[in-house]
Design a protein around this ligand. Structure first.
Ligand SMILES: [Zn+2]
Length: 894
């Protein structure tokens, strides 16, 4: 491997001009007056020339902006977005006329700056020239700094930008809404020895006074403001050629070797996407820039031509990177690269349709992973996304995929499970309905038709239906404009003339309003694919009852292949037949069936035994990813039994008996050449069995920890955080302090972050308190502290929440502005304690505007529904455990 240290991205390729160099007149036509906006629709920007000088050591920057714009309605004022910016001058120059000076009024509330001029400005072309200064933040909003130790162990600082959803306004005065697409010329002055990276390659670079250099980047294509990027620091860049473009990974100096896995993936994915989308990647180069730090809310951002990704999600370090993280590097790149078309080239007109970006990229990420790594079990993850989405979508406080966004905070909150995982699941279902070929033709037409423009959800449906997917728009509209989950109740099935025949009754599944949704269900047109003893049939339900007739007679499996976004309630006989054939089903159906069964049991649609029988029927030798999911399901149930030590012990014994042998078979140590998903399952088994106090796992953890004290290579890198996790969980004061000293002495930001977060894992409450106190000090580092608090919340949610409420102002400084309102939701994520309900209610009333309370309301709804179900869940689970003994893997496992 060779690390080519380039000060500049000097791609030899000519810049590919946008398909339509949009004229001012054309832009006027494309501004949709019906879109929500926080800006008066009096002017439209076409081009920004930005000139920025960061003062990284002082955490400030100076800038000038020259904006070519068009006034479309006579006005005396121009209002742009601006946040935390101070203006020193404002000048407006008409296309034909003398320059005039404006007065500036700032509104922190609406995040705008209004420039008022001496006379009414007629319709026409102008240039607005502004001089301003702003702040460099210490969390990932606007222009921000990340501090780290460089190769020589010295303190270093690099700067980056993060603009989505509404933080470009912290860097440049701008029409900071996705529909105001424009071109950008960025010029930046940085220390001469540093590398500066932006969306486009540099057009020129020259040394200037004061040890600085001035780098001017090539003009970007027409794009939304949230996609502009700047990074500068003591960087290395490694590159490859792929499909006639230069792909690169940029990272802090000396880390090039860790970038090879990501670089290879990038080079592999680019031609695949050129082919899939039918429109070649339009920029001359594509970088992925690794940042030394983390955010509580995102791992990577799809800036056009210059993706930003935190190091732990992009670099592969044999000393610390787990197999799951290696998979994550590939899939994260696949996700961000899909956005280069879906999001960057074609952009949603407004945040209401954010899912067009995120649902699509999530779906494409999974599709691409399955294509290049069919042995990774990504088809199981596809079903995992559906289950994750349904967890939220079953609550009263869910929302439709296409949702109303009216405030900046709502835009930030829109990046949720519904936009990502439900979006992905609905697309999977629609692709399956349309067939992959027709779907792809539709996507290619959509991209070609709307390149460099903005769209709404309906534009996608028109393109795919136009490509031949008749009936798709109706189904798609049902699933994206209504919240919630269809429930298909299967009537008794019969074998009639070689066909399995049953009536499907359609209703709505709900975790917290079962009676209400049963009385007044929403209605969907649902594509249902079913199998029975070999034959297969797909129907689309219409109205409350549909007849299903599947060729062949055998156990009826509804939602075969698990593409459908609905729950299926079987009769006890049908459920029993599926339990019996479970070992012979595909991994996807095994997982889909037990997850569906457990969700119905937990919500009270059927006894716990119906779901547990399915979960228990997962064969001991199941696909590693299915085994991992089953282990997770058992683990969730274990947590639900919190407070009932006897039931938990019985359940733990059962899990041990079922999965202990699998760990014995895999061994504690990675084996050369073993299948990748075995390497994935091992840490899950160690982590889970460690949690249930398996003596073998405890002993091995203790042995490795002792050895690691003197030999940093004593624990295999890919299992380091797993083994140390077992140790940290059970730590006493001496062990905790030993871990603390290791964290303190570790310079590498990824490993350092991991070790500090482990300090928050201690079961011992006094140690958890020490971790919280430590998070409030400067010692861990600015982007690590919030992670320690989150870590404490996993075992001690009440402790973490009380602590945060007592230190709210300080804690907010540790979190990205865009993620603050969701931090509390994250802390209570793993709790089942209804005592949180009044605490959360008080917190929202005191701290959140009524428009911004949805994420907390979702937690409250979940806790409420659990508290009504919990007594039944516990009783029935205990009875089931007694009836089945504690031995897993027994005769009922088939
Ligand atoms: Zn995304």
């Amino acid at each position: 491997m060779k690390s080519s240290v380039l000060l500049l991205a000097t791609a030899a390729l000519a810049f590919v001009a946008p398909a339509t160099a949009q004229t001012a007149a054309a832009r006027v036509d494309t501004v949709d007056a019906s879109l929500p906006t926080q800006l008066p629709r009096t002017a439209i920007p076409h081009h920004y020339a930005l000139n920025v000088t960061p003062h990284a050591e002082r955490l400030t920057f100076d800038g000038t902006a020259a904006i070519d714009l068009e006034i479309i309605k006579p006005t005396r004022e121009l209002t742009l977005n601006a946040a935390d910016l101070t203006f020193s001058s404002a000048r407006l120059i008409p296309a034909n006329g003398a320059a005039m000076t404006g007065t500036t009024a700032i509104s922190a509330d609406t995040e705008t700056a209004t420039f008022t001029f001496p006379r009414v400005l007629p319709v026409g072309k102008y240039r607005l020239e502004l001089a301003y200064s702003g702040k460099i933040n210490t969390q990932a909003n606007g222009l921000f700094a990340l501090d780290y130790k460089n190769k020589e162990g010295k303190d270093a600082r690099a700067i980056y930008t993060q603009f989505e959803a509404a933080d470009a306004r912290r860097f440049m005065p701008s029409w900071d809404e996705p529909d105001y697409k424009a071109t950008f010329d960025l010029t930046v002055r940085v220390p001469a020895a540093q590398m500066a990276v932006s969306n486009m390659p540099a057009a020129s670079s020259r040394n200037i006074a004061g040890g600085l250099k001035e780098v001017r980047f090539q003009t970007t294509p027409t794009m939304s403001s949230y996609l502009l990027f700047l990074g500068a620091g003591d960087f290395d860049r490694v590159t490859k050629q792929a499909a006639g473009r230069e792909v690169g990974i940029v990272m802090t100096r000396g880390n090039g070797a860790k970038a090879q896995w990501a670089l290879d993936a990038e080079a592999q994915i680019l031609p695949f996407y050129n082919d899939y989308f039918g429109t070649p990647f339009p920029l001359p180069k594509l970088d992925n820039v690794a940042g030394p730090g983390q955010s509580q809310f995102f791992g990577a951002m799809e800036n056009w031509g210059a993706i930003f990704t935190f190091e732990s999600v992009l670099l592969d370090d044999p000393a610390i990177t787990s197999e799951a993280q290696r998979h994550g590097i590939f899939s994260t790149e696949a996700h961000e690269m899909a956005h280069q078309w879906f999001g960057d080239l074609v952009t949603m007109a407004w945040w209401d349709d954010l899912w067009l970006n995120e649902g699509f990229a999530s779906w494409m990420e999974n599709k691409t992973t399955r294509h290049f790594h069919p042995d990774w079990g990504a088809d199981i993850d596809r079903v995992g996304s559906r289950e994750e989405a349904m967890g939220l979508d079953a609550l009263n406080s869910t929302h439709p995929v296409v949702q109303e966004v009216r405030t900046v905070e709502q835009a930030n909150q829109a990046f949720d499970t519904i936009a990502y995982q439900k979006g992905e699941s609905v697309i999977s279902m629609l692709e399956s309905f349309a067939t992959p070929d027709v779907w792809r033709t539709g996507i290619q037409r959509y991209v070609a038709k709307h390149a460099y423009q903005n769209t709404r959800t309906g534009d996608l449906w028109s393109a795919v239906e136009g490509a031949g997917a008749r009936g798709l728009t109706a189904i798609a509209t049902d699933f994206t404009t209504q919240p919630g989950i269809p429930l298909i109740t299967v009537g008794a099935s019969q074998c009639v003339g070689g066909n399995t025949v049953a009536t499907l009754i359609q209703g709505q599944f709900s975790a917290d309003r079962r009676a209400e949704t049963a009385a007044r269900p929403l209605s969907w047109r649902v594509p249902v694919r079913a199998t029975a003893g070999g034959g297969e049939r797909q129907i689309v339900t219409a109205g409350p009852a549909s007849q299903l007739s599947v060729p062949g007679c055998g156990p009826l499996l509804v939602n075969a292949g698990q593409y459908g976004y609905f729950r299926t309630l079987y009769t006890p006989q049908q459920n029993g037949a599926l339990v019996a054939v479970m070992p012979r089903l595909s991994g996807v159906d095994q997982y889909g069936l037990f997850a569906n069964g457990m969700a119905l049991s937990l919500a009270g649609y059927q006894p716990m035994g119906a779901g547990l029988d399915l979960l228990n029927a997962v064969p001991a030798n199941a696909n590693a990813k299915v085994a991992q999911r089953a282990l997770g399901e058992w683990g969730d149930l274990y947590d639900l039994l919190d407070g009932d030590a006897k039931a938990q012990a019985a359940l733990a014994a059962r899990i041990e008996a079922a999965y202990g042998p699998r760990l014995t078979q895999l061994g504690f140590t990675p084996r050369q050449g073993e299948p990748s998903i075995d390497a994935l399952l091992r840490p899950s088994l160690i982590g889970a069995l460690g949690k249930y106090q398996d003596p073998r796992v405890q002993a091995e953890a203790a042995r490795l920890f002792a050895a690691w004290q003197t030999d940093p290579n004593a624990i295999p890198g890919s299992l380091k955080s797993t083994w140390l996790g077992v140790i940290a969980r059970n730590a006493d004061a001496a062990t905790w302090e030993a871990l603390h000293q290791k964290a303190k002495g570790t310079p590498g930001i990824v490993e350092r972050t991991s070790l500090y977060q482990l300090l928050g894992r201690a079961q011992d409450e006094a140690l958890a308190r020490r971790a919280l106190d430590l998070a409030m000090t400067a010692e861990p580092g600015k982007t690590i502290s919030a992670g320690i608090i989150t870590s404490v919340a996993a075992a001690h949610p009440r402790l973490a929440v009380d602590f945060v409420l007592g230190h709210l102002t300080q804690v907010n400084q540790l979190i990205d502005i865009s993620g603050r309102s969701r931090f509390m939701q994250r802390l209570v994520q793993s709790s089942h304690d209804p005592a949180f309900i009044p605490i959360l209610e008080n917190y929202t009333t005191a701290n959140l505007k009524p428009t911004d309370r949805k994420p907390i309301q979702q937690v409250i709804d979940r806790l409420r529904s659990e508290s009504t179900q919990l007594p039944r869940v516990r009783t029935e689970t205990t009875q089931w455990l007694q009836a089945h003994g504690s031995a897993g893997g027994g005769s009922e496992r088939g």
